[in-house]
Design a protein around this ligand. Sequence first.
Ligand SMILES: C[S@@+](CC[C@H](N)C(=O)[O-])C[C@H]1O[C@@H](n2cnc3c(N)ncnc32)[C@H](O)[C@@H]1O
Length: 356
Amino acid sequence: MTTTAQTSLPPTARQPLDMDGLAWILFGHAAFQYLNAAVETELLDELVKTPGVTKEELAERLSLQERAIDILLLGTTAMGLTVKENDRYRLADVLKELTATEDWQRFKDTVGFEQYVVYEGQLDFTESLRTNTNVGLRRVRGTGRDLYHRLSENPHMEAVFYRYMRSWSELANRHLVDALDLGDARALLDCGGGDAVNSIALAAANSHLRATVFEIPESSVITQKKIAEAGLAERVDVIAGDMFADPFPGGHDVILFAHQLVIWTLEENTRLLAKAYEALPEGGKLVIFNSMSNDEGDGPVVAALDSVYFAAIPAEGGMIYSWKQHEECLQKAGFGEFERIDVPGWTPHGIIIATK
Ligand SMILES: C[S@@+](CC[C@H](N)C(=O)[O-])C[C@H]1O[C@@H](n2cnc3c(N)ncnc32)[C@H](O)[C@@H]1O
């Protein structure tokens, strides 16, 4: 007999909400804790290795007491992460498919980020809305002016953050590599480029391209290490600095803001884009790569949910802005011509390419 879990998900703006959907939202925090525990106890990986195990076998393999495995399997099965057939457990089909790909580790890295970087600070979401600033940063130890300047003061959080950032980029940046025609480009500037994940992917795909990652000094050590590991130190380098306070390094005909313009206010974004416009030659390209919300302001759901983090934690402003909002900033910064590229997949990634 198969136990059919009731897994109807919270509806989107295009389906009316019912009581089951409302209950999913009410207990959404608990749903995530089941997912996180299923990852951290290695329940999901165990079911990849041996599908069709009993509860008793799982308890032994995961070193969990009877009550603990009862709770975990009740939750994962009720939510549809696991399926119970004749007292044996297997992964849901969606997870089975995901675990067979490289995106499985990327997904788990995202779970870790939600648990260890996002979760606690979101308690201050309401206060962040009321005061229009990131009140949740107070829950991150340290004195840095924003989350990024506090990461080096929190080594575990820093490791979780950059592991996730790399994975979140890699979930979508193959589309960036495909969409960006860099045949005529010489040098790319990757503003706030993190551990160089996107510069590395673009340089690897364009053998003539040089790339410079512009990163804060505290994180540039990680950037340097990842570039060396990728064997690209001859074509990808790092400049440590502050993209708000310091001039943009010159000599680049493409400037990339990847997962960057979701952090700051629209005024700050316009300032950054205007600096980029000044730094680019005629015909140079400006590329925005991050999650996008739709112009109607009602989705997609992941863009809406991710905005809680950007409102509450990293910096004073930020949210998953709409395509239109980015385009308005580009226009104010001087750009007249731009193209939208929708990225397929479950993440709400999009690309805007503007030409000077
Ligand atoms: C959300 S992460 C994105 C990293 C990378 N672009 C990616 O897509 O994976 C934002 C990055 O911007 C960097 N950053 C924040 N403020 C900065 C500043 N003022 N100047 C330069 N980089 C900055 C952070 O250190 C962090 O690595």
